[in-house]
Design a protein around this ligand. Structure first.
Ligand code: GLU
Length: 307
């Protein structure tokens, strides 16, 4: 695994003179739509304005939903938009050993434990409990059945071939992350404010999947560090995730980038595009004769930002 030097409690304030690194990190489980175009173009604009670099990362840890043809389409659509990359994109599926090493480290330190529960079992366990809290993605917080299994019980289930995810023990993790969990947030129009992370909202979040030795949260946080990302610019729908990412940074000794959570392109009913039928793929717009210039002009008008 690449070198992970401790950088506890660092915040990206002392970065003057450092060339900034931005990234666009789509998941190849569908075609890009206008929301992705906005995020990618905003990243490029901010990278250009700061004399920085822009990297592309393909977040393909989900073996069920990631498809090579979506990845090829993403690269083609971004080229059509006029985006170019300095380096070969980092494909997360090729770096599972990095994620596994981080997971092993957290497990050895007693901060992660195997969870054998299926989604259905978790839903059932919470069903009778009135007002059981949900995490920011609207999944019930893990009620904790596997948290207290004995080592022997865990070992025997694993030896018996039971499938398991790995969950972060939130209480222990918070106790171990001694540094203040803060980061700089540059919401649109702001010069940057130091904000507090709220990882506890996620409860015992899964950090390793049943089918991959990582979760989105772990792979994304680790890769931002390994790729030297200084500025994470992504939709406001991922703002709550940053709380958990900040905790993982503290636990693994990773640098904390600056964050800018931008507003989302919405459809005419105000719905987030990903969830909406009007998330017309960029390639469909292109097939209908839309030009990248027209698309940029539309986004500039809609989002009040020029590209
Ligand atoms: N792969 C994530 C997505 O497509 C984005 C992750 C990120 O920007 O942190 O929603």
């Amino acid at each position: 695994m690449a070198d992970l030097k401790p950088a506890r409690g660092t915040i990206a304030s002392a970065r003057a003179g450092v060339r900034r690194v931005f990234r666009f990190a789509p998941s190849p489980n569908g075609y890009l739509h206008l929301g992705h175009a906005f995020s990618a173009l905003l990243n490029r604009r901010l990278a250009e304005e700061s004399g920085g670099r822009l990297l592309l990362r393909i977040e393909d840890i989900d073996p069920e939903r990631s498809r090579p043809h979506f990845e090829a389409a993403i690269i083609e659509d971004l080229a059509w938009l006029g985006l170019a990359w300095e380096q070969t994109p980092r494909r997360q599926s090729e770096h599972m050993s990095d994620y596994r090493a981080a997971l092993d480290q957290l497990t050895r330190r007693g901060l992660a434990y195997p969870c054998f529960c299926s989604r259905k079992e978790i839903a059932e366990a919470c069903a009778d409990r009135k007002d059981w809290p949900l995490d920011p993605d609207f999944s019930p917080l893990y009620p904790g059945a596997c948290r207290h299994l004995s080592m022997a019980e865990r070992a025997s289930r694993i030896a018996g071939g039971a499938r398991f995810a790995l969950r972060l023990d939130m209480e222990k993790a918070l106790a171990e992350a001694a540094a203040p969990l803060i980061y700089r947030e540059f919401h649109e129009g702001s010069d940057g404010a130091v904000v507090g992370a709220a990882p506890a909202l996620w409860g015992d979040a899964p950090i390793g999947r049943r089918d991959a030795p990582t979760s989105y949260h772990l792979a994304c946080t680790l890769d931002d560090h390994l790729q030297g990302v200084t500025d994470v610019v992504r939709g406001v729908d991922l703002e709550a995730a940053t709380g958990l990412h900040r905790l993982l940074q503290a636990l693994l000794g990773l640098r904390t980038p600056d964050y800018r959570h931008h507003r989302l392109v919405r459809d005419e009913h105000g719905r987030k595009l990903a969830k909406s039928k009007s998330a017309v793929p960029l390639r469909e717009l292109r097939a209908k004769g839309t030009t990248p210039e027209a698309l940029r002009a539309f986004l500039a008008l809609e989002m009040g930002r020029d590209f």
